[in-house]
Each structure stands twice: as structure tokens, then as C-alpha cells.
Design a protein around this ligand. Structure first.
Ligand SMILES: Cc1cc2nc3c(=O)[nH]c(=O)nc-3n(C[C@H](O)[C@H](O)[C@H](O)COP(=O)(O)OP(=O)(O)OC[C@H]3O[C@@H](n4cnc5c(N)ncnc54)[C@H](O)[C@@H]3O)c2cc1C
Length: 328
């Protein structure tokens, strides 16, 4: 049997991030094609109840590090423990989410193991049992296909790109404790607290629908009309860098090369011209709708649907129409 596939789970406060289900599901698909088992690694504090959820998405085995020290993510603690898991399992492939967590952890694991890493992949395929990782480069202008020569092959997966399997509650996994001696003194940096944004806000990278505003919004007060549309659609509100640089929105809302990479099912760009640095963060959205009064705006070249018009007229009308449809 081929060596196992390993999937690293990400949870916060005892709740899995959506990307975890995607990573575990993709791990299951690869393990099936390779005819091998899928081992998930789960670290946290008080997380015993969580491990079987990973089985529902296809993990055969869960290596669980349940320790007060893992209450919050720590670069050194997680890296040291996961390296032990890697030693134990000797996986062929390691998958992790390309979230902030995976962006910190992936390179550390690769450096310690002396292997390559393909980050922010949007597609994976196997060719003669070898993994091919497809990832956008040059701000999304090209898709590059990578072959990682050293083993294990580590890849991080862009959230919202890999469909999660439907969970099957009848599936169970073997749970094994992962006891690696770590004390507070081993950690040079400690995350004391996570301060989340406004309560109830949908996280951009996990959102299925995003309504974004750019310089065309003309001022911070006008984002109210996007928030109203977002509330009707259950969407998150994003922004271009111009809107963020102007101080209209917090940096955490910025979509793009120097902001967040998002892949929602629907991205509605309002008053955004479509600069390459903005497209870098949202062009893998499944359906792009652009509202812009300039018919020559570059965003229309990427949009699936374009509305040429004044957003201050178009957005409230869309909100009204969506409200009517949803209320039906
Ligand atoms: C190194 C680097 C990194 C960068 N990173 C990012 C990044 O992460 N994210 C990002 O977004 N940008 C980034 N940028 C900036 C990027 O180049 C653009 O400047 C920026 O995206 C433009 O924002 P915008 O589309 O909101 O503004 P503009 O380009 O000014 O476009 C505003 C648009 O609004 C339209 N408009 C105006 N009024 C209305 C109206 N009433 N109704 C409808 N439409 C209207 C206009 O026709 C225009 O197309 C980066 C730049 C650099 C150099």
C-alpha cells in the first residue's frame, strides 16, 4: 500500500474552520486514488469531541494532541508536534489550508523536513501516482503546475476551492494521542488572545458571497448600501485597497495581492476598476458580477455579469429585488 496522505486540521475555540473540511475531503479523494489511508492531525485544547467529525469527512485515523498549550496556535508548538506526527506516519503527501494558520505552518514544516512546498493551490491531480499541484502565479496571470520532487509533498489549499464531501456520521476513525513533550518555556512567541472583528461578521475568506466596494463608493458612509445588500444575501463585505487606504474600511476587509485571497461562489464588485492587484485576490471567485459606470473598466473583462451604471442606483435596486426573491 502507498504511504498515507496526511491532512492538518485547523480549529479555533473548538470549532473547525471551513477549510479543514475541504482539506480533509481532498485528502480522502487523493488517498482513494492512491489506495491508501488518510491520517488527520488535530491539535488544540479540550478537543476530544472534535476528532470523530474528521472521520465523517473521510479520515481513517486521527492523531490528536490535546494540550492546554495548544489553546491558541503557536508556531513552534504546532511545528514541533506535527513534525513528530510526520515522523510517525511517514506520509506521501501533507495537505493543509492556505489560511493564515497554514501560511505560517506550511513553510516551517517544509524547512524542517528539507522538502518543497506548493502554496495556495487551486487544483491537485495525480499523474502516475505523483502529485501535480496547480497554483496561480504573477497575481493570477498564469496557472503553474508544480511537481514536488522530495517527499513528503506538502501543499496548502486555497480555501473555498476544493469541495467538501457530504459528512457521513456512520464513519469512524481510530484516535491516537499525540503526546509530544512541550512546555511554555519551549515557545519563544505565544499568542495570548485572538481579537476578532465585529461580532457576527462573516469572515471574508470563508464567505460564499462577497459584496466589495472600491473608490467608486465615494466615502465610508456609503458602504451602508453594500452592508444592506450583504445582509439580505448573507454575504461578507470586502473592499479594494483604495477604499482601505482612504480609511473607509479596515485593512482586514482588503481583497487583493496585499489583502485577502477569496474564492466565494459570488463576488459582487461595486465601483472597483479591476486593477491586476485586486484581481489577484478575487479572480478565482466562481461568479463575478461587476457594477461600474465606466463600460471600459477592466473588471468587465473578468466579470461573468456586468452592469454598466451608477452603483448608487443599481445596488439599492438589487437589494430590493433580492429581498423580494428571498422572501418568496
Ligand atoms: C504593490 C501593490 C499592491 C496592491 N495591492 C492591492 C490589493 O491587495 N487590493 C487592491 O484592491 N488593490 C491593490 N493595489 C492597488 C491597485 O493597483 C488599484 O490602485 C486599486 O485596486 C484601485 O482600487 P479601486 O478599483 O477601488 O479604485 P479605482 O481604480 O479608482 O476605480 C474606481 C472605479 O469606480 C468606478 N466608479 C466611480 N463612481 C462610480 C459610481 N457612482 N458607480 C459605479 N462605478 C463608479 C470608476 O469607473 C472606477 O472604475 C495594489 C497596488 C500595488 C502597487
Amino acid at each position: 500500500m502507498a504511504k498515507p496522505v496526511m491532512a492538518i486540521a485547523e480549529q479555533r475555540n473548538g470549532i473547525f474552520r471551513k477549510a479543514t473540511y475541504e482539506v480533509v475531503s481532498e485528502g480522502r479523494r487523493l488517498a482513494d486514488q492512491l489506495g491508501t489511508e488518510l491520517v488527520a492531525v488535530l491539535l488544540g485544547s479540550g478537543i476530544e469531541g472534535l476528532s470523530q467529525q474528521l472521520a465523517h469527512y473521510g479520515a481513517n485515523k486521527v492523531l490528536m494532541g490535546d494540550n492546554e498549550i495548544f489553546k491558541n496556535y503557536s508556531s513552534e508548538g504546532y511545528t514541533k508536534t506535527i513534525l513528530e506526527a510526520v515522523k510517525k506516519v511517514d506520509p506521501e503527501i501533507i495537505l493543509l489550508p492556505a489560511s493564515t494558520f497554514g501560511k505560517d505552518l506550511g513553510p516551517r514544516l517544509a524547512a524542517h523536513l528539507g522538502v518543497g512546498l506548493a502554496t495556495d493551490c487551486v487544483k491537485l491531480r495525480l499523474e502516475n501516482g505523483k502529485l501535480r499541484a496547480i497554483r496561480p502565479m504573477y497575481a493570477g496571470k498564469v496557472l503553474a503546475e508544480h511537481e514536488l520532487l522530495a517527499k513528503p509533498q506538502i501543499v496548502s489549499l486555497r480555501p473555498n476551492n476544493f469541495p467538501a464531501l457530504s459528512p457521513d456520521a456512520s464513519k469512524t476513525a481510530t484516535i491516537e494521542p499525540l503526546n509530544v513533550p512541550i512546555s511554555a518555556g519551549d515557545l519563544r512567541a505565544v499568542v495570548k488572545e485572538f481579537v476578532s472583528g465585529e461580532g457576527g461578521k462573516v469572515e471574508l475568506t470563508e464567505a460564499n458571497i462577497i459584496v466589495s466596494g472600491g473608490r467608486g463608493m465615494k466615502g465610508p458612509e456609503n458602504f451602508k448600501i453594500l452592508e444592506e445588500l450583504a445582509a439580505v444575501l448573507g454575504a461578507a463585505v470586502g473592499a479594494s485597497r483604495s477604499a482601505v487606504d482612504a480609511g473607509w474600511r479596515p485593512h482586514s476587509d482588503q481583497v487583493g495581492q496585499t489583502g485577502k485571497t477569496v474564492s466565494p461562489n459570488l463576488y459582487i464588485a461595486c465601483g472597483i476598476s479591476g486593477a491586476i492587484q485586486h484581481l489577484a485576490g478575487m479572480s478565482s471567485s466562481k461568479c463575478i458580477v461587476a457594477i461600474n459606470k465606466d463600460p471600459e473598466a477592466p473588471i468587465f473583462q473578468r466579470a461573468d455579469y456586468g452592469i454598466v451604471g451608477d452603483l448608487f442606483e443599481v445596488v439599492p435596486r438589487l437589494t430590493e429585488e433580492f429581498k423580494k426573491i428571498i422572501e418568496k
